[in-house]
Write a protein that binds this ligand. Structure first.
Ligand SMILES: [Zn+2]
Length: 391
């Protein structure tokens, strides 16, 4: 059929992608949007309705006279379980396919109690949350988990995570998947924060760097609207880029890493050495807020050191947005000012012309939202839907 040239790729999954923009469409509109024959559109809609991904509604607005049948994405048909596990805290949520948060909970959960204790607790907590949301395990289409350490993306296994004893190589997706009966995707906390922030605040941004400044420093890279993980999942580990001006020993064994100077743990250690009671990054920000000039000075200097590293990254990657997250980013302008100052003075003009540098809008919720984005994008990817419908 001449009219269909170039549109053979609009399969069942791609048709669903069109409907995911939240607008109900009539058959006629879908024929126009896809270039497919009316009968093909009808067949694909039937398949999507059979799996309840799509529901028929009545479109009274565009029809004028008699309401025409319209079709809409059925975003509440299934739910995603989401968990952002930190060193000592966790945030969990049940989220539907339209990214509406049905229930959300923040808890104290020490990750160093090992994988089976932590994940076993998580299974029970997920069941409680599902019950609260009036849903059950049969409606779960996947779970997303963020971990505070390096994760090999293809297997979902932590790799030598420094603050997670017992987790090295643990098969998180298989262990958890067996108990909840749905696929489980795992990534490091910074990557899921980048996904969450990109989804919530900047969906129109093609190239974004999300930098987390907490105890340590790391970044998540959005390239062409997709998370760039690198060959093994280690992309974005900028905390160990060397500062020429420093010879401070880092926990990784090298000297001069930016994290060993500008990370929250490093700043807290500096304050402790000067007789101030600061256990970690949150204390550093609390001191600054209470008017402590030394803490404010350290945070500003950290912003400049991080800005120096980011200036090179801006030249290399040319992002349109840099978003700061993590505990230290809560210091707002105190840290942003230093980052901006150095990036604007050291990066190339073409790279900084339309560059936005700002704090995270989701704050400590970026991870739990991002873990759900990771699952929804996987479950609703055109390929996945095509396979589900074919199978
Ligand atoms: Zn290091």
């Amino acid at each position: 059929m001449p009219g269909e040239t170039g549109h053979h790729s609009v399969g069942v999954g791609s048709l669903l992608t069109i409907l995911r923009d939240g607008q109900a469409r009539t058959r006629g509109e879908l024929v126009q949007l896809t270039g497919l024959a009316r009968s093909t559109v009808s067949q694909r809609l039937d398949a999507l309705m059979h799996h309840r991904w799509v529901v028929a509604t009545e479109d009274a607005i565009s029809s004028g006279g008699r309401p025409a049948a319209a079709f809409a994405f059925n975003e509440s048909v299934r739910v995603v379980l989401s968990a952002d596990l930190g060193a000592t805290h966790a945030r969990l949520a049940v989220i539907d396919l339209g990214m509406t948060v049905l229930v959300e909970r923040a808890v104290e959960l020490p990750i160093d109690q090992g994988p089976e204790a932590t994940l076993g607790w998580l299974v029970t907590a997920f069941q409680d949350l599902l019950e609260q949301a009036g849903r059950d395990l049969a409606q779960v289409c996947g779970a997303g988990v963020g971990l505070p350490g390096p994760v090999e993306h293809t297997t979902g296994q932590p790799v030598n995570p420094p603050i997670m004893p017992g987790w090295d190589g643990f098969p998180v997706p298989a262990w958890l998947g067996e108990r909840i009966g749905a696929p489980v995707l795992v990534d490091n906390d910074v990557n899921i924060m980048a996904l969450g922030e990109h989804w919530a605040a900047r969906p129109e941004v093609d190239h974004m760097i999300f930098i987390k400044i907490g105890t340590g420093i790391g970044c998540g890279i959005i390239s062409d609207r997709r998370l760039h993980r690198g060959a093994r999942g280690a992309a974005g580990d900028v905390g160990h880029i060397r500062l020429a001006s420093s010879d401070v020993l880092c926990r990784c064994g090298n000297v001069g890493c930016v994290e060993a100077v500008a990370g929250g743990a490093a700043m807290a250690a500096t304050l402790r050495a000067e007789g101030v009671d600061a256990r970690g990054s949150r204390d550093v920000v609390a001191l600054m807020r209470a008017g402590d000039t030394r803490a404010a000075q350290l945070i500003r200097q950290a912003g400049r050191e991080i800005g120096g590293v980011m200036a090179s990254i801006v030249n290399f990657f040319n992002p349109s947005a840099i978003v700061l997250g993590g505990d230290i980013a809560e210091a707002g302008e105190h840290v942003l000012a230093g980052v901006r100052e150095v990036i604007y003075s050291r990066s190339l003009p073409l790279a900084t012309q339309h560059l936005s540098i700002r704090a995270s809008e989701l704050g400590d919720r970026a991870g739990v939202i991002g873990a759900a984005v990771m699952v929804v994008e996987h479950v609703l990817a055109p390929d996945t839907i095509d396979r589900t419908v074919a199978g």
